[in-house]
Write a protein that binds this ligand. Structure first.
Ligand code: SAH
Length: 216
């Protein structure tokens, strides 16, 4: 099926994001530009611009647009930033981020998801995203450090090792809480002297699990 866009639905999509409090014009414009229909399963294309999470392969989900916009806004991405995402899934969040910064490295524990997201991002022209099969609890040293880190799977706590990957002045956002239930989005800023944590809103994400997935 050809990828199509439906103007009235896209207008509602933007209106809904504004109504729910997204005010950063750059984030709103980017949400408008990135074709969510190209990131959802073919059977869900008609629902691509509804404000809900949708199922993707490997029992995972593409996040709700409002949550993608909100996390992106709270991350306060600067043009010169290198951004790390944990949980590539469909690649949608990575595509949004890639339009706002220099480079995105995105880590996914399912090879099937990583391969299809990499291919999709390449086809759509998001050339500054590197998708890696790996474990976000054990980010390879070779990946270096980052100005911004976004975790898109629920962690029971934020690993110290991940915080250490933040540059001074850097920001990390992660859903923190029990795997099956409600989590809280936590925003951590690395200051000269340590880490400042702030709780934002309640969210629901699929769990972050350790290790590369054995099944495809
Ligand atoms: N950001 C995605 C949605 C992510 S859903 C999007 O825009 O579509 C969460 C993803 O995190 C799932 O694909 C899941 O497999 C992945 N994940 C869970 N634990 C992980 C880990 N330890 N390392 C890397 N990826 C992980």
């Amino acid at each position: 099926m050809a990828v199509t866009s439906n103007p009235p639905e896209k207008m509602m999509f933007q209106l809904n994001l504004r109504r729910r409090g997204i005010s950063d014009q750059t984030v709103l414009r980017t949400m408008e530009e990135v074709p969510r229909e190209a990131f959802v399963d073919a059977a869900d294309r008609e629902d691509a611009y509804r404000d809900s999470a949708l199922g993707i392969a490997c029992g995972q989900t593409i996040s709700q647009p409002f949550v993608v916009a909100y996390m992106t806004e709270q991350l306060n991405v600067q043009r010169s930033n290198r951004v790390l995402e944990i949980g590539t899934g469909s690649g949608y969040q990575a595509a949004v981020l890639s339009r706002l910064c220099v480079d995105v490295v995105s880590i996914e524990r399912y090879r099937t998801l990583a391969d299809s997201a990499r291919e999709r991002l390449k086809t759509l022209g998001y050339n500054n995203v590197e998708v890696i099969v790996g474990d976000g609890f054990d980010v390879p040293d070779s990946a270096g450090t980052f100005d911004r880190i976004i975790v898109t799977a629920a962690m029971e706590r934020i690993p110290e090792k991940l915080l250490e990957r933040l540059e001074p002045g850097g920001v990390l956002i992660a859903p923190v809480g029990p795997h099956h239930g409600v989590q809280t989005l936590v925003r951590v800023v690395r200051t000269e002297t340590g880490f400042e944590h702030r709780e934002l809103v309640d969210v629901r994400f699929v769990p972050a699990l350790p290790g590369i997935a054995r099944e495809l």
